[in-house]
Each structure stands twice: as structure tokens, then as C-alpha cells.
Design a protein around this ligand. Structure first.
Ligand SMILES: C[S@@+](CC[C@H](N)C(=O)[O-])C[C@H]1O[C@@H](n2cnc3c(N)ncnc32)[C@H](O)[C@@H]1O
Length: 273
């Protein structure tokens, strides 16, 4: 950790920064989303799960708390994976296998998993279609893909989109809920169940005390003071930026079924009241 230089910090994107400060990186909705998915899909100890973009391991650990099934969690970021492994080991979960891999080329056989959980990872990818194809390939024929993509609930300013794009080093094209429905509407998949949410606006003082708490982590104490100050400034700037961004964002828990059962289209659709 004390090997990090000021120059390295300038180049870190938001996801790498999270790995360095070891922030808990959740899927949208955190525990609530994981609980909903585990229960809706009746996951059991026999369910084989693949999690894409685990970051620091939140989803894999929360699933394990509820059901001790075999989980393989992948990410391209080694620093985050290392932290995920430490956290899972600390909790005593030996059912999770953390693997460095790219969702665009998954190192698994066809139809290996009952459920593939993608959280909010499609949003970050330039080749979303390839990633979805890979998820479908490794999912068993009667399995499910869970995606929890975020989207704007109102049109964002160009300036905001530019800043967030720079922070995550991805050229963001603003997506809306209808775009995700279109994306998941492919012959091999069916939107089986979905539920919508919107992020709260988090006040400045709450954001500030959160960043202070994170930056007080023991593993950051050994850093050179100049480097630490740079890291703290960059982290705080990003947290405020994401607060502003997320206050205009919603997300949907999509459970997508891979199995296609022949049936007539549903005419008498309904909504929860
Ligand atoms: C926003 S975090 C995900 C947080 C949470 N696990 C979730 O599911 O929403 C995105 C993660 O996806 C990883 N990621 C980005 N591109 C990837 C790729 N091509 N293959 C695998 N992981 C990727 C990033 O390194 C990062 O840890």
C-alpha cells in the first residue's frame, strides 16, 4: 500500500480507487437487492452461481450469508478481488471462488451455472451485447440471469455525463429504463420478474462523514502524507460526484429467464397496486 505514488493516484479510475481504499462496493440496492434475488429465485445449497464484476465481494458474501451454495465471482480488477478474498475468508466463507476474468470471454463451459448475477456491470461495458451473450452461454438452459442496471430517470446535463465518464474511464451514453428493456429483449431471454427503485438524495454532511470514515482505514495510515492527501481529495471529489449523479438515477432488478416455453403472448397484463 505504501508503494502507491502521487502519480498513480492521478491515473486511478473510480473502480480502482474503491479497490485501494477498500470501500464496500454494492450492487444497486445492496442487501435488499441480494435478499430479493435469493428469495425470488429460491436459491438453495445446490444452486451454482456465477457473479460478474464482484468488486470487493459484497454480493458473493451476502448470498453466502443466506445460502451456502457454490459461487464463482469474477472481476478484471485484481486489487478488488484480493480484498474480496480477504473479506470472504474473514467471514469464514469457503464456498466462494474468486477468479480474475473478463465477462467478454468467460473461462467456463456452456451451461455451467443455474444463476448468473451481473448487478450493475452492463452499464460500464462498451460491448454489452458480447457480455450478455457470454452470460447466456454459461447459464444452464433453464437458468436465470439477474441484472440490476442503473439508468437516468431524467435527462442528465452533458457536463455531469462527461465528469462521470472521466471518473469511470468509460464513455457513458445515458441509458433509460426503456433502453434496458430493449437490450434484454432477445429471443433467448424473457423478462421474468422486475422491480423498479430510485436512489435517495444524500445530504453533504452525510457524504462528508462517510468519506472521513473510509479515509481513516488502518491500511491507509502507512501512506506518505502527500500521497494520502491526494488520495483523500480525489476520493471525496468522486463521492460527491456520484452523489449528484445517483440522485438522478434509478435501477431495476431484472430476473431474466433463459428457458423459452412456447406460449401465447400475455394479453391481460397487470401492475402491483
Ligand atoms: C460497479 S462495480 C460492480 C459492483 C457490484 N458487484 C455490482 O454487481 O453492481 C463494477 C465492477 O465490474 C468490474 N468490471 C468492469 N469491466 C469488467 C469486465 N469486462 N469483466 C469483468 N469485470 C469487469 C469492475 O472492475 C468493477 O469491480
Amino acid at each position: 500500500m505504501n508503494k502507491i505514488r502521487a502519480k498513480d493516484i492521478e491515473n486511478l479510475d473510480y473502480n480502482q480507487l474503491i479497490g485501494v481504499v477498500r470501500e464496500t462496493n454494492r450492487p444497486p440496492g445492496g442487501k435488499n437487492s441480494v435478499f430479493e434475488v435469493v428469495n425470488r429465485l429460491h436459491l438453495s445449497k445446490d444452486s451454482k452461481i456465477l457473479e460478474i464484476g464482484t468488486s470487493t465481494g459484497f454480493t458473493s458474501i451476502e448470498v453466502s450469508r443466506l445460502v451456502k451454495c457454490p459461487i464463482t465471482s469474477i472481476d478484471i480488477n485484481e486489487t478488488s478481488l484480493k480484498e474480496a478474498k480477504n473479506r470472504a475468508m474473514g467471514e469464514g466463507y469457503t464456498n466462494i471462488d474468486y477468479v480474475k476474468a473478463n465477462v467478454n470471454s468467460l473461462p467456463f463451459d456452456n451451461e455451467s451455472f443455474n444463476v448468473v448475477i451481473v448487478g450493475n456491470v452492463f452499464s460500464l461495458l462498451t460491448n454489452k451485447t458480447k457480455a450478455l451473450e457470454e452470460c447466456m452461454r454459461v447459464c444452464k438452459k433453464d437458468g436465470f440471469i439477474v441484472a440490476i442496471p442503473m439508468y437516468y430517470v431524467k435527462i442528465p446535463s452533458e457536463e455531469l455525463v462527461k465528469k462521470v465518464s472521466n471518473a469511470i474511464k468509460t464513455n457513458i451514453i445515458p441509458m433509460y429504463k426503456s433502453d434496458w428493456i430493449k437490450f434484454f429483449t432477445v429471443p433467448e431471454l424473457e423478462i421474468y420478474w422486475a422491480k423498479d427503485f430510485k436512489f435517495d438524495y444524500i445530504e453533504d454532511d452525510v457524504v462528508k462523514s462517510f468519506t472521513v470514515k473510509i479515509m481513516n482505514r488502518p491500511h491507509l495510515k502507512s501512506m506518505d502524507m502527500g500521497v494520502f492527501i491526494k488520495l483523500k481529495r480525489k476520493y471525496e471529489k468522486y463521492v460527491f460526484l456520484f452523489r449528484d449523479n445517483l440522485s438522478q438515477v434509478g435501477y431495476t432488478i431484472f430476473i431474466l429467464s433463459k428457458k423459452k416455453i412456447w406460449e401465447d403472448p400475455e394479453l391481460y397484463t397487470s401492475k402491483e397496486i
